[in-house]
Design a protein around this ligand. Structure first.
Ligand SMILES: NC(=O)c1ccc[n+]([C@@H]2O[C@H](COP(=O)([O-])OP(=O)(O)OC[C@H]3O[C@@H](n4cnc5c(N)ncnc54)[C@H](O)[C@@H]3O)[C@@H](O)[C@H]2O)c1
Length: 258
């Protein structure tokens, strides 16, 4: 991508969430125009209201990101408004129920796969032609420590995040010659409600002890701040060398290195 920041157009999914709202703030702060989408209408409104002095424009759109017509609609909205598309930052995701495989339900499996995998497939599929039209672009999707390791109680979630890597590597190879870069950022444990939803399986009934155990597995002994993950994704979209594609980048305080 050779366009200046001011002309970059980026779609951010999960934009009302902890990491998503930081991504919108950082990208718009750099002058990119951002189409910020989420299923949570109130959360999107709060996120937009909290943005002050952004150099780029931010448009919000409420959508179920696993619905194909909705995805097509929001991609068209971004292209109609700003004349093209340069980047996609997939952040929407759910953790679902936390339970061992024998107790886990097929409904939970389907729900997680729909949000965490189908959405990434649909957004990549519908954004790609516009990135190619622009002469290249960048796609970043959000994996997890569980995209590269297994953790008990999170089989469907882990499978969904492994799938994000599989698809991203494939698209990276397929569209490298068209200068579309595709990478995955993997949070370990971020300081959001999502990590706390897993505490009951880490140490049933004792969230304080559960957090000690989680922190004990992280060499830096702290949770990631959502802005740290958003910063790496923003760098991958706006700044990274064009040779950087098809990679999985853990941002986990050294957890996956241990
Ligand atoms: N929090 C962690 O510790 C952690 C660890 C590893 C990976 N992750 C991943 O990081 C990403 C962000 O996590 P977070 O903690 O900021 O979560 P979050 O819950 O704050 O944000 C996720 C957002 O996705 C949106 N969303 C869910 N289903 C949707 C749908 N069908 N359509 C549109 N939007 C939908 C939610 O409304 C929410 O705003 C997720 O992909 C998550 O799986 C988080």
């Amino acid at each position: 991508m050779s366009e200046p920041d001011q002309q970059r157009v980026v779609i951010v999914t999960g934009a009302a969430g902890a990491m998503g709202s930081e991504a919108v703030r950082l990208l718009a702060g750099r002058g990119a125009h951002v189409l910020a989408t989420d299923a949570d209408a109130d959360g999107l409104e709060r996120m937009a209201a909290g943005l002050t002095g952004a150099a780029g424009e931010v448009a919000t759109r409420v959508a179920d990101i696993a619905d194909e017509a909705a995805v097509q609609g929001l991609v068209e909205a971004a292209v109609d408004r700003w004349g093209g598309l340069d980047g996609l930052f997939n952040i929407a995701g759910i953790v679902g129920d936390v339970s061992l495989t024998l107790e886990a339900t097929t409904e939970n499996w389907d729900r997680i796969m729909r949000v965490n995998v189908r959405s990434v497939w649909l957004t990549i599929k519908h954004c790609l032609p516009h990135l190619v039209d622009r002469g290249g672009g960048a796609i970043v999707s959000t994996g997890s420590y569980l995209a590269i390791r297994g953790v008990e109680g999170l089989g469907a979630y882990g499978a969904s995040k492994h799938a994000v890597i599989g698809l991203s590597r494939t698209v990276a190879v397929e569209y490298a010659a068209q200068e579309v870069r595709v990478n995955v950022v993997c949070p370990g444990a971020m300081d959001t409600h999502m990590i706390r939803a897993t505490y009951d399986v880490v140490c049933p009934g004792d969230p304080v002890r559960a957090e000690e155990i989680v922190l004990g597995a992280i060499p830096q002994r702290r949770l990631a701040q959502p802005a740290e993950l958003a910063a790496v994704g923003t760098w991958l979209i706006l700044d990274a060398p064009s040779h950087l594609t098809g990679q999985v980048i853990p941002v986990d305080g050294g957890r996956s290195a241990a």
